[in-house]
Design a protein around this ligand. Structure first.
Ligand SMILES: [Fe+2]
Length: 185
């Protein structure tokens, strides 16, 4: 890992720490996702900087200090874009874990589309890291995470309403990543 890489990832960690460290489980989850993303970047030969920095930053939109729309992927991406973070990182944050399905249902689809969505292994892998680390930072299966997410948001939530679209996407992303992990191990 180069000095530049460490500096980039460290800067992302510092932003996340500043915004989320006081939020208990949210910080534990974030640290777990960053750790998982680092392992996956190495296993799959992906851009470590972009993936791990994005993992540290993916949930910063939950911080009350930067809340604007109330939709955390978008608030996080807008915060980063406004502070000169690369579009590649802001776009990963904007689109993690199938955010586009929820954004559309919340009337925020056009706003989210300011960040280019990529049908790529890099995007799949951040989503996979997020879907395999539970709320307290422990490793979980994508199926357990999905079940926990639906319970946490509740049956009347937007997440539940779009689950017929988002659920299959999360499963497909996990399958794509896991099939590559089997090939590389
Ligand atoms: Fe997350």
């Amino acid at each position: 890992m180069s000095v530049q890489t460490r500096a980039f990832v460290t800067a992302a960690r510092e932003v996340a720490h500043d915004l989320l460290a006081s939020m208990g489980n949210r910080w534990l989850h974030t640290a777990g996702v960053a750790d998982r993303a680092g392992e996956l970047a190495d296993s799959l030969g992906l851009d470590h900087d972009t993936l791990v920095a994005s993992a540290w930053l993916h949930d910063i939109g939950y911080a009350a200090r930067i809340k604007v729309t109330g939709f955390h992927p978008l608030d996080g991406a807008d915060h980063l874009a406004g502070r000169g973070w690369p579009l590649s990182v802001a776009a990963q944050v904007a689109h993690h874990s199938g955010a586009r399905f929820v954004a559309a249902a919340r009337g925020l689809g056009e706003h989210l589309a300011a960040y280019p969505y990529e049908d790529s292994l890099l995007f799949d892998t951040l989503t996979y890291a997020d879907q395999t680390v539970g709320p307290t930072g422990l490793r979980v299966t994508p199926a357990a995470r999905h079940e926990e997410m639906l319970l946490r948001h509740g049956p009347d939530s937007v997440n539940a309403k779009v689950d017929h679209l988002r659920g299959p996407y999360l499963l497909e992303a996990a399958t794509r990543v896991e099939s590559l992990l089997r090939v590389t191990h």
